[in-house]
Design a protein around this ligand. Sequence first.
Ligand SMILES: CC(C)(COP(=O)(O)OP(=O)(O)OC[C@H]1O[C@@H](n2cnc3c(N)ncnc32)[C@H](O)[C@@H]1OP(=O)(O)O)[C@@H](O)C(=O)NCCC(=O)NCCS
Length: 137
Amino acid sequence: MQDKESLWQAAFTSADPSDLDAHNKHREKILNDPQILNRTIVSDGVVVGSVGRYFMDGVAQVTYWIGSEFKNKGIATAALAKLLVIDQTRPMESRTAFDNEASARVLQKNGFSVVGTDKYFANARGEEIAETIWRLV
Ligand SMILES: CC(C)(COP(=O)(O)OP(=O)(O)OC[C@H]1O[C@@H](n2cnc3c(N)ncnc32)[C@H](O)[C@@H]1OP(=O)(O)O)[C@@H](O)C(=O)NCCC(=O)NCCS
């Protein structure tokens, strides 16, 4: 999660991805929050990423991250499909940077559609950028 290209792509990242203490505190919070569902993605016995569901203003949101060397093998698409079986909360939403085409594809392939846009400060880009709001009903 310190890969520069991936950080730019995801855009809405932590303020300082190199801050291990902050990262660990955040992970601990996530893992201890019963409202958050988090799964490690393992492919051929190797940890390749994570996928999760949390709530924002009462609306379920999915998020995922794949290690750069494992991208474009269909892993995020398959992992999200599995999460959507484990967690059948609907509607389910996700937000992507307006130009995160790979994440857009992952959502499209899992049946999500665009329902709106918003603007939010993107730490990885140092400015407010547009985000696309996706929903699965
Ligand atoms: C977004 C991300 C999770 C995708 O993971 P992945 O395992 O590579 O995704 P998949 O292989 O399942 O699918 C990727 C799709 O995007 C397409 N794609 C990849 N890069 C692309 C690009 N630059 N432009 C257009 N499409 C692109 C692939 O061709 C594929 O679509 P296809 O199946 O129709 O050919 C991964 O790139 C990542 O972790 N990025 C950094 C973190 C991030 O952005 N997380 C999401 C935040 S909303």
